[in-house]
Design a protein around this ligand. Structure first.
Ligand code: PLP
Length: 351
């Protein structure tokens, strides 16, 4: 998928129109105003432009957040399956990821009980990612409220990665922990970006939003010394993207919805596998525990290598996400490629 024409035209115009200088480290004021408008429009959240730091993608925003929030040996609670960069970034920031597994039976969602059990005097923050990469899990209002209550009781900061907030399959609905109460708003560091919603992965624009002025100052200072402002031309394009009405990207969602159906139909009856239907994002996260038992293998890694070498299908082993008996594949690929890949994948799983 490509960004809609208005976004690409804005970038071309910016490139020809003098957007070639350094900008404010945290992003231009007009871009942060656009983020602020989008947060209000889409989620009813009221952040001032001064409460936003724009970075080179959500990835850098996350790294800034972990680096500024974690002291040496602080613990960050991380539900598994998790996005691959969280544990590494937490470790780079000097913290310790405390992995809390969530299984297919529970829809790959963290429970308040499991969260409580993982707490220690060193617990500093909780990472939430809904809609989730890799599982596609989307927390409901009440599930999220129960987790937030435990987090607030223990004084945790919640790092809420919401990059897939608009990639949702009805009736799933996105809820940010920041929207649940004034206390939750204060405790949440909201991370998002343009990569997924606007098909702008290579443009590298994301942000961190928080009402904590110390965190905002620290993130801007860190970014100032590590990379400086995000690319000026991309900032201008992102500003246009965030001001687009939701209808502008509806065709992208329609394509994902149709591909999700292809995935669910293809994998409905493959013995030894279990697919929890994704309620958001664009990945299939397939447990192949039954197949691994049949093949007398412990983890999905060798299967993924065989699938790539013999069938020319690329999927990611679940070990990268803290769930070694699963595989993750993306359905953000053209329909004909996806159909052929699903035929080859199901054949390989039946071997
Ligand atoms: N968070 C999650 C859960 C992701 O899946 C990704 C990208 O795959 C990112 C963050 C990074 O997004 P960005 O492209 O904005 O750096």
């Amino acid at each position: 998928m490509e960004p809609v024409a208005a976004i690409r035209e804005a970038a071309a115009k910016a490139a020809m129109g003098g957007y070639s200088k350094y900008t404010q480290v945290s992003g231009t004021l007009s871009l942060r105003q656009a983020v602020s408008r989008a947060l209000l429009r889409d989620q009813g959240l009221s952040y001032q432009p001064e409460q936003i730091v724009v970075s080179a993608g959500a990835k850098q925003a996350l790294f800034n957040a972990f680096s500024c929030l974690l002291d040496p040996d602080d613990e960050a609670i991380l539900p598994a399956p998790y996005w691959v960069s969280y544990p590494e970034q937490i470790k780079l920031a000097g913290g310790r990821p405390v992995i809390v597994p969530a299984d297919a039976a529970g829809g790959y969602k963290l429970t308040p009980e499991a969260l409580s059990q993982a707490l220690s005097p060193k617990s500093r923050l909780l990472v939430l990612n809904s809609p989730n990469n890799p599982s596609g899990a989307v927390y409901t209002d009440s599930e999220l409220s129960a987790l937030v209550e435990v987090a607030l009781d223990h004084g945790l900061t919640i790092v809420s990665d919401e990059v897939y907030q608009q990639v949702l399959y009805p009736p799933a609905r996105h809820v940010s922990p920041a929207s649940l109460s004034a206390a939750a708003f204060s405790a949440t560091v909201l991370i998002s970006g343009v990569s997924k919603t606007y098909a702008m992965t290579g443009w590298r624009i994301g942000y961190l939003a928080s009402p904590d002025p110390d965190l905002i100052r620290a993130a801007a200072a860190l970014q100032s010394q590590t990379s400086g402002n995000p690319t000026a031309v991309a900032q201008r394009a992102a500003e246009v993207a965030w001001d687009l009405p939701p209808e502008a990207t509806r065709h992208q969602l329609a394509a994902f919805t149709a591909r999700r159906r292809l995935v669910l139909d293809a994998l409905a009856e493959v013995t030894g596998t279990e697919l929890v239907p994704p309620n958001g994002a664009f990945y299939g996260f397939l447990s192949i525990a039954g197949c691994l038992r049949r093949w007398r293998e412990e983890a999905a890694d060798a299967f993924c290598e065989r699938l790539l070498a013999e069938d020319k299908v690329a999927v990611v082993p679940g070990s990268a996400f803290g769930a070694p008996d699963a595989i993750r594949f993306s359905f953000a690929v053209a329909d004909d490629v996806l159909k052929e890949a699903l035929v080859r994948l199901t054949q390989a799983l039946r071997r």
